[in-house]
Every structure is written in structure tokens, then in C-alpha cells.
Design a protein around this ligand. Structure first.
Ligand SMILES: Cc1ncc(COP(=O)(O)O)c(C=O)c1O
Length: 377
């Protein structure tokens, strides 16, 4: 296995830490490499980037340069993308969920490709949709992913149109002069089964066959996992082969994919400094100047992030530690009982796979400024 970029760029990270911590640091070469790996392994007519994962302008531009189109979930994301990129609005996919009528109306006016996520809006907002070509987000029934909060299908999830409502939606669309040209689904994030995109494509194709003769695009969503803690890499080639088998059966459809995490997670680290070390009984606490206000995934999802003491890289572990932040919440921890080397005040610590759903979820809780973002030169 090759060394992660943060190991080969250790000196640069220590220099950046000398200027300021906590700090998100992004490596654009890794972003580009992930985009190329996706394109090489997965046959798709269109590759999109779920901008919600990391909205840094340089990241968005790097992925656009690699031929990826933006997928946005809010009008603000659309405006942000358009301020960063020269992109034809028709090439921006907008996949809102419970967005207001005013927001959806403005996105239609902007000319982006809008996805309907609720059959009821066709009736309630009928005039607004009239004459438009739309995608429909379908709930494929079973959600998957690394945590209940990221499983986005099934009746317990607020996303998508239930399969039983598609016939009525198709009739309402016809009546309002709305053409359904794409079907979309996203079952969840961090799904480690290699045939999920192919399964999703088959489900969407069957709905297209049954109800939507104008559908030419099947968008199978994102959700590729980024393993941590020494787990083996996701077999992207196998995912690509499964999708190719579907495409061979149904060549009339364009397949679109829209990962977020896979493209940017490994490209980002959160660099923090040890503030204090404390013992309570047998428990060793290592406190960092970054908290859950910078990176909330461990507190929100119990997400695992690999964490190293960059100052003492390769020193032996001293045993378990609680790696915590300065926020006044018991949940303000990056790892519990994690084997960790010696750590003293001032050491620089790197929290890995922080390029996705890191800075974008940050807050000012406790009136503490979250980590700023910087791109490695
Ligand atoms: C509609 C949609 N597409 C794509 C994604 C990207 O998912 P991931 O970052 O797991 O690839 C998400 C994530 O929430 C999503 O909601």
C-alpha cells in the first residue's frame, strides 16, 4: 500500500500547523486521482460531484476540470457553484428535499435540472412545473449505509417518491405538461456492497418501463464507501463491472453517478494541536484545539477517523486514549479508547479522511470558530 499523502507531506503540514491550528488541509492531487479512478473503473454517461461533501472552490474547480458536473441540494449550493465555475445551468443537477416552493421556483428560473422528490408538489405547485423536463427521485425501498442517519431510502427516510405513488405522479405530470426525462435514487452513504449501483439502475429501469416512456437518464446516486482503520479499499472495479453488465442489457439508458465522499474524503485532513493531557483514574484524555464544531461526524454518526500524532509519527502506542475537543459537550470526542502514542501539549495531530462532510458541517457552537480550510500548495 502506498503512503497516504499526509505522510509524505508531513513537513508541509507541520509548517501549516505552525501558522495556525485547527486547520483543514486539502490535497488536490488526491481529489484528481479519485476522479480519475472513478472514471476509469465505472462506465457512466455522466459523472457528477455531490457538492455538499466539500464546497471549497478549488475542490469544485479541480473536479470540474476532471469532467465532473455539480450536483446540488440547495439554491445556495447552486449559487456557490455558479460563482466558482463557468457552468451551463442545465448541467447542474438540483436534488432538493422538502425545499420551499420559492426555492424550487427560483431554481427552475435559473434553468438547472430539477429533481422532484415529492409527488404532492406536482398537484400543489402544478403551474410552476408546467412545461419543464424534470427528474424524479424514487425511493428504491431499502436504505443502506454506515449509519441510520445516512440511509436515505425506505419509509423511515424522508427522501424520494414511494414506488406506489409513481403511477399517479406519471399521470399528474402528463396532465400538467411535465416531461419526466430522468429517474434518480440515492440509497445512502458508505455502502460497501459493490452491486448497489447496478441494483439501483435495475429498479429505476423497471419504473421507467412501467410509467415513464420519456426517461433517458438513470441517476444511481452516490454512496461509495471510503474505508478507514486499515480496512481494505472498496473494489470500485467490481462496482463498475456490475454497472457495465446492466448497461449491456439496457443500452438505451444513460447512467449517471454522483458520489461525494469517495472523491474528497481522503483528500482532506484536520490538523489540530494538543492543548492539554489529563488522567482520570485509568483513563487518558488527550485534548485538541479542534472540536465537534469543526468535525462533527464522530459525534453525529460514531464515524471512525484515523488519527495520528504527526509530531511523534511512528512512536509506539502508549495504550488507549480519549481524543477530545474543547467544546462543552460530553459527545465532543474524535475517538474513544484509541491506541495512541505519547502526546504532550503542542504536539500536532492529524485526523484523516476529513475531506468529506467535515468543514461543510462546521458550526460556531460555544462561539468557537471552526477550523479554516487551506489547500496544500
Ligand atoms: C442525492 C445525493 N446524491 C449524492 C450524495 C453523495 O453521497 P456520498 O457522499 O455518500 O457519495 C448524497 C449524500 O447525501 C445525496 O443525498
Amino acid at each position: 500500500m502506498t503512503d497516504p499523502w499526509w505522510r509524505t507531506r508531513r513537513d508541509a503540514l507541520l509548517t501549516l500547523a505552525d501558522e495556525q491550528t485547527p486547520r483543514y488541509v486539502y490535497d488536490l492531487d488526491t481529489v484528481r486521482a479519485q476522479a480519475r479512478a472513478l472514471r476509469a473503473a465505472v462506465p457512466a454517461a455522466r459523472y457528477l460531484y455531490a457538492v455538499k461533501a466539500n464546497g471549497h472552490p478549488d475542490v469544485i474547480r479541480a473536479l470540474s476540470d476532471e469532467g465532473l458536473y455539480p450536483e446540488c441540494v440547495s439554491l445556495s449550493e447552486i449559487e456557490h457553484v455558479r460563482s466558482v465555475l463557468e457552468v451551463d445551468p442545465a448541467d447542474v443537477l438540483y436534488t432538493p428535499n422538502f425545499a420551499s416552493r420559492a426555492e424550487v421556483e427560483r431554481s427552475l428560473e435559473a434553468g438547472v435540472q430539477v429533481t422532484i422528490d415529492n409527488a404532492a408538489t406536482l398537484g400543489a405547485w402544478g403551474e410552476m412545473w408546467a412545461g419543464h423536463d424534470v427528474f424524479v427521485r424514487v425511493d428504491p425501498g431499502v436504505g443502506k449505509g454506515h449509519h441510520a442517519h445516512v440511509r436515505t431510502a425506505g419509509t423511515a427516510s424522508k427522501f424520494g417518491v414511494d414506488a406506489s405513488d409513481l403511477e399517479g405522479l406519471a399521470a399528474a405530470a402528463r396532465a400538467k405538461g411535465v416531461r419526466v426525462v430522468g429517474l434518480h435514487a440515492h440509497v445512502g452513504s458508505g455502502v460497501d456492497e459493490t452491486d448497489v449501483w447496478a441494483q439501483t439502475a435495475r429498479i429505476l429501469a423497471s419504473h421507467a418501463d412501467a410509467h415513464f416512456p420519456d426517461v433517458r437518464v438513470l441517476d444511481v446516486g452516490g454512496g461509495l464507501p471510503v474505508p478507514t482503520g486499515g480496512a481494505s479499499a472498496f473494489d470500485i472495479e467490481a462496482a463498475g463491472r456490475a454497472l457495465a453488465a446492466f448497461q449491456a442489457e439496457r443500452p438505451e439508458f444513460e447512467i449517471w453517478v454522483e458520489p461525494g465522499r469517495y472523491l474528497v474524503a481522503d483528500a482532506g485532513v484536520l490538523v489540530a494541536r494538543v492543548t492539554q493531557v489529563k488522567r482520570k483514574g485509568d483513563v487518558r484524555y488527550v485534548g485538541l484545539d479542534a472540536g465537534m464544531n469543526s468535525l462533527v461526524r464522530p459525534a453525529l454518526y460514531g464515524a471512525h477517523h484515523d488519527i495520528v500524532n504527526l509530531t511523534r509519527l511512528d512512536e509506539p502506542d502508549l495504550g488507549p486514549a480519549e481524543l477530545v475537543g474543547p467544546i462543552c459537550e460530553t459527545g465532543d470526542a474524535f475517538a474513544h479508547g484509541r491506541s495512541f502514542p505519547n502526546a504532550i501539549e503542542g504536539d500536532v495531530v492529524v485526523i484523516g479522511t476529513a475531506g468529506a462532510y467535515g468543514a461543510v458541517m462546521a458550526s460556531h457552537y460555544n462561539r468557537r470558530a471552526p477550523a479554516e480550510e487551506v489547500v496544500l500548495a
